[in-house]
Write a protein that binds this ligand. Structure first.
Ligand code: GCO
Ligand code: MG
Length: 402
């Protein structure tokens, strides 16, 4: 008798930051965990799941992961988008977790087994001024990382996303913080910063930089060119992702490798970049792109064009997504690198993860399923807290891409 889905529920908690977790229990009592976190829009995806997906799952065959995926994606009629795809992705993750647990094997074995010993991973380092940035980079190298993303402050600015600013944050009273951005100042400043990092770390360390979608194609082309002597591993998200053709122009002007994709949700969002070979790395998050099942299709499609996959792995997706990513990464021939920011101790007190880090590489672990158990009792101590990503504006108040 195949097991059926007996219950599906959603848990929102905030151990360090907000996470949306799906719990699916089978008729055999096996529990599968999925992550559905969309940073700053957590309750929308929680409602999508709670009100529109979970009730439909009850009674379905828990073994039929692909059939359920197709049913939710095609049957919902209103396809794609971050909320829909994160919700479907969470269900997909939970069902892979269940299948691994029922068969007693880690998910990567179900995906064909490991094609490598470990998953090369990069850490984040940032500092407002160059000396602070170099200290932060050193800290990551001492911890064993072989690849580091470097971000710095910008002269004349008060704040820069993901970089601790010397000026204290003003309270935002539950509203998004405003970040006033100046592209010219950034373009003047950042090549020198990254050159300093390169000469500090030497040739063998992989260096990455994220432009957070702030540039026009021609600005991005100029930055790519200016950074060629730094030999970046990649330059990330130079332009907004909606216009896939924009990257063609950037590509024509620079040999700096390009990465994009953390805000994409389906293979359709990256198809043009990949088939046009405008990029070197596609960065969809395994959960935001609808789970392990569709991410395999993105990965295989990318391999046809020698585009590598480099999944998004910030601390605003939970350790469940991180684990799912690692199971897929270790079984994916065209893996480039995995992002890994790590997690706050409170987060790890709620999500007990089996994956491990050793000298620059992560391993998903050999526990059956995804290898992350969610502690529902511990989670109760951390209720949801409204929180937003910053909004970027020009000096004159015009909202801009980011
Ligand atoms: C990255 C990202 C993140 C995102 C964040 C948004 O490369 O890790 O750019 O820092 O901004 O995940 O929620
Ligand atoms: Mg990014």
């Amino acid at each position: 008798m195949p097991s059926t889905i007996e219950s599906a529920e959603v848990i929102v908690c905030s151990p360090g930051r907000n996470y949306v977790t799906v719990k699916i229990v089978t008729s055999d009592g096996v529990v599968g965990w999925g992550d559905a976190t969309v940073n700053g829009r957590e309750l929308a995806v929680a409602s999508y799941l709670r009100d529109h997906v979970c009730p439909l799952l009850v009674g379905r065959d828990a073994q039929r992961i692909e059939q359920t995926w197709q049913w939710l994606y095609k049957g919902g009629y209103w396809r794609r988008g971050p909320i829909t795809m994160a919700a479907i992705g969470a269900v997909d993750l939970a069902l892979w977790d269940i299948k691994g647990k029922e068969l007693g094997v880690p998910v990567y074995q179900l995906l064909g087994g490991a094609v490598r010993e470990g998953v090369l991973t990069y850490a984040h380092a940032s500092g407002w001024e160059v000396p602070q940035l170099l200290d932060a980079v050193d800290e990551k190298l001492e911890a064993g990382y072989l690849a580091v993303r470097a971000q710095s402050g910008i002269p004349g600015r008060r704040s820069v996303y993901a970089v601790a600013s010397p000026e204290p944050d003003e309270p935002t009273n539950g509203f998004p913080p405003i970040e006033v951005w100046d592209t010219d100042a950034y373009l003047r400043h950042i090549p020198g910063v990254l050159e300093a990092v390169r000469s500090h770390v030497g040739d063998s360390i992989r260096l990455l930089h994220d432009a957070h979608h702030r540039l026009t194609p021609i600005e991005a082309a100029r930055l790519g060119r200016d950074l060629e002597p730094v030999r970046l591993f990649w330059l990330e998200d130079v332009t907004p992702g909606e216009n896939q053709e924009a990257l063609r122009l950037v590509r024509q002007h620079t040999t700096t490798p390009l990465a994009i994709g953390e805000v994409f949700n389906t293979i359709w969002d990256c198809m043009g970049f990949i088939s046009g070979q405008y990029i070197d790395f596609v960065r969809t998050s395994v959960m935001h792109a609808g789970g392990i099942s569709p991410s395999r299709r993105i990965n295989d499609f990318a391999s046809l064009y020698q585009v590598k996959v480099a999944p998004h792995g910030p601390s605003d997706v939970s350790p469940i997504t991180m684990a799912a990513s690692l199971h897929l990464d270790i079984a994916t021939p065209n893996l480039g690198i995995q992002e890994y920011m790590g997690y706050a101790p409170d987060t790890l007190s709620v999500f007990r993860a089996d994956y491990s880090f050793d000298r620059g590489y992560l391993h998903p672990g050999d526990a059956p399923g995804l290898g992350v158990e969610f502690d529902e009792v511990a989670a109760r101590a951390f209720p949801y807290e409204r929180s937003y990503l910053p909004v970027a504006e020009r000096e004159d108040g015009t909202p801009i891409d980011w």
